[in-house]
Write a protein that binds this ligand. Structure first.
Ligand code: 1HN
Length: 361
């Protein structure tokens, strides 16, 4: 039979003047046993509202492009594996993060170059900024890309890139590896042990034709955690914004906006990252909004400003900017403009922690 000790606790509350010293001595003693008192840290570990280290920031494409081009003279895509300049959030330098959960970088692939096949647990997206006719081969499909195209590389999907065109291609890479590394769940390898190009078994656009056209390959699974479509082309998505705008379906904060969806189940394109494309009509002055997902934006047309917590970020075509979690922001444009955006919202929704506030104070 277990016995219950009737001995008195070793520390009895002492006289008032002594209590702080006794507590401190106790904290020191438990510290030697790798313990600590929750009551000292409770309000900083369970905060009343989100606390973020992420700073609002814009990377202007004029600067970015010339520096990325310069990197092309310093290292080949093959030697670098991926010739990418990291967009480091200025408040988190050295951590390879644009937001706390997302990596962002600008990749360039020069005419004739290849970037060898590999795969990793981290999911990736590419959003094309410049160039025409380079490809990314994902899961056996070679997707030839144009500006504004949104390409996904799902968890563990083998991928390589090549540029048979005569122009450099630049794109924005966004990966969820800060989130994967938070879980300490990262794996990566060169595809099938050989760092070459994968054999492509599907044509450009096959995944869209197979899965995004109202028919499905016979026997296709009725559910998938990630979208089976590889390339959401700008040529297809952009005209839809005009239709949404014409229909007058304009959100007071987000403009005429569509969400990139998994055509199988309407879910996000990837379980960890979700993306949108939004058109802001000329003269749009958005209402303030905030949500718990930190967001990376790219301007594809026009230009404007986004006010984040009183700070004004100015942006034009191909500029990339970041809005931190739970900071109130609003967009303003003088001319018709288009913004692509990507965030960790699906990951937060899957965990049941995502919140938004349409009337921030
Ligand atoms: C990666 O695999 C790519 O495949 C781009 O193009 C950027 C950043 C960090 C880790 C892996 C790519 C990356 C990356």
């Amino acid at each position: 039979m277990p016995t219950v000790s009737t001995a008195k606790p070793e520390i009895e509350p002492g006289p008032k003047h002594n209590v702080e010293a006794m507590r401190e001595a106790f904290y020191e003693r438990i510290s030697k046993r790798d313990m600590a008192p929750l009551w000292k840290v409770m309000s900083s570990v369970v905060t009343k509202e989100p606390v973020t280290r992420v700073a609002p920031h814009v990377w202007r494409y004029d600067d970015v492009k010339s520096l990325v081009m310069e990197s092309g003279g310093l290292i080949s895509a093959e030697e670098a594996k991926r010739r990418v300049l990291i967009l480091e959030n200025p408040a988190m330098r050295g951590e390879s993060k644009a937001t706390n959960t997302l990596f962002a970088g600008i990749q360039m692939i020069l005419p004739g170059e290849v970037a060898p096949a590999h795969r990793h647990v981290s999911s990736a997206i590419r959003f094309v900024l410049d160039g025409e006719g380079a490809y990314t081969a994902v899961e056996g499909e070679k997707a030839f890309m144009s500006p504004g195209d949104f390409v996904i590389t799902a968890n563990w999907a083998p991928h390589d890139h090549g540029n048979p065109s005569d122009k450099p291609m630049l794109w924005l890479d966004v990966l969820d590896f800060p989130a994967v590394n938070f879980f300490e769940a990262s794996f990566a390898d060169s595809y099938e042990g050989k760092e070459t190009m994968q054999n492509t078994t599907r044509g450009d656009g096959d995944s869209l034709a197979f899965y995004g056209s109202g028919v499905l390959p016979d026997g296709a699974p009725a559910d998938m955690k990630r979208s089976p479509v590889i390339n959401y082309t700008y040529a297809r998505t952009r005209p839809i914004l005009d239709r949404v705008n014409k229909a007058g379906d304009i959100d007071k904060s987000h403009g005429a906006r569509v969400r990139y969806a998994n055509p199988i189940n309407g879910g996000p394109v990837l379980p960890t990252m979700g993306a949108n494309l939004a058109l802001f009509p000329k003269g749009f002055k958005g209402e303030k909004y905030r949500a718990t997902d930190g967001t990376i934006f790219v301007c594809t047309e026009g230009g404007g400003t986004t006010t984040v917590d009183g700070e004004v970020l100015e942006w034009g075509v191909n500029d990339v900017f970041v809005v931190p979690p739970w900071k109130a922001y609003s967009h303003q444009v003088n001319k018709e403009s288009v913004l692509f955006s990507i965030s960790d919202r699906p990951a937060q929704e899957a965990l049941g922690i995502w919140r938004e506030d349409r009337r921030p104070g």
